[in-house]
Design a protein around this ligand. Structure first.
Ligand SMILES: Cc1cc2nc3c(=O)[nH]c(=O)nc-3n(C[C@H](O)[C@H](O)[C@H](O)COP(=O)(O)OP(=O)(O)OC[C@H]3O[C@@H](n4cnc5c(N)ncnc54)[C@H](O)[C@@H]3O)c2cc1C
Length: 255
């Protein structure tokens, strides 16, 4: 069962929050392909997806994975694409050095099993919001790609994405007016944040734009601070998340 709670006032952007029934689903790996050298796409399938719902571009599911210590580990991933009729859910994994999710993605073969939970809820931004600033690193690309592909034609999107090099750049089809800029940066998070701050510049326009930020936590925090303190960006028009924390397993930060 799904329930909806309107949560906006006149001054705030129109954002609808939807709660979903939380249940565990056991899915089969249908296919594994590399979108880029460091981004692995895994398509999952199964009848458990018959009542799966993902209404928001930045929804997340919990993956239940075997941990190194024999305990079950949980990690968050974005439903990159969902095809209800075909009962197919696509997830994109950044392949980094170590961790249960990365280990799963590196070893995954068709026929493997993966259990997921969620999404617990979705935040759906209404059609009255037409201008967007999307900022992130590789872990944000599944949500950013989904947003761009699903955007309405009257949407104006400026996106800044950190990747390690040209081979990691992804292109997306869209009906929207899109300016997508990739920034090539190595692993140092402070240098990565500085690149983004230089790229974003002053934040102004004919109407407010919704800023969405997801990256390593220190990078997301730096971008959020820049937008709020330097650019005067209204807090209600901003969502910032630390999708991972350098040096810490299974860590994230809400902005
Ligand atoms: C809402 C949400 C949605 C997300 N969606 C996606 C998604 O669609 N695709 C995706 O790839 N990630 C996504 N992430 C990020 C992902 O959950 C984390 O990167 C997670 O820590 C990976 O788990 P792991 O088992 O591979 O590594 P962990 O066991 O969590 O970490 C092991 C080590 O690797 C480091 N590490 C973790 N992630 C990275 C990284 N990306 N690059 C370099 N080092 C890293 C940690 O700091 C730690 O030192 C999302 C996170 C959130 C909160």
């Amino acid at each position: 069962m799904t329930t909806e709670t309107p949560s906006h006032s006149i001054a705030d952007p129109d954002i609808r929050r939807i709660r979903h029934e939380l249940r565990r689903r056991v899915l089969d790996v249908l296919s594994v392909e590399d979108v880029t050298p460091a981004m692995r796409r895994i398509v999952l399938g199964g009848e458990d997806l018959a009542d799966f719902e993902s209404a928001g571009f930045d929804d997340h599911v919990k993956l239940f994975l075997p941990g190194a210590d024999g305990q079950e580990a949980m990690r968050d991933y974005t439903p990159r694409r969902f095809d209800r009729d075909g009962r197919r859910l696509t997830l994109d994994f950044v392949l980094h050095d170590a961790g249960p999710a990365t280990a799963f993605a590196r070893a995954a073969r068709p026929g493997d099993i993966l259990s997921i939970g969620g999404p617990r809820g979705s935040a759906v931004i209404g059609s009255s919001v037409r201008r967007f600033l999307l900022v992130g690193d590789e872990t944000a690309l599944p949500a950013i790609g989904r947003f761009i592909e699903e955007a309405r034609p009257d949407t104006v999107i400026e996106a800044h994405v950190l990747v390690t090099g040209a081979a990691e750049e992804q292109r997306f089809g869209t009906a929207a007016q899109l300016q997508l800029v990739y920034h090539h940066a190595a692993a140092d998070q402070a240098a990565r944040a500085a690149l983004l701050l230089r790229a974003i510049g002053p934040d102004h326009g004919p109407e407010p734009r919704f800023a969405w930020i997801a990256a390593e936590a220190s990078v997301a925090r730096a971008v959020r601070t820049h937008l709020v303190e330097t650019c005067g960006h209204p807090l209600a028009w901003l969502k910032s998340s630390g999708y991972w924390v350098e040096g810490l397993a299974n860590a994230s930060e809400k902005g």
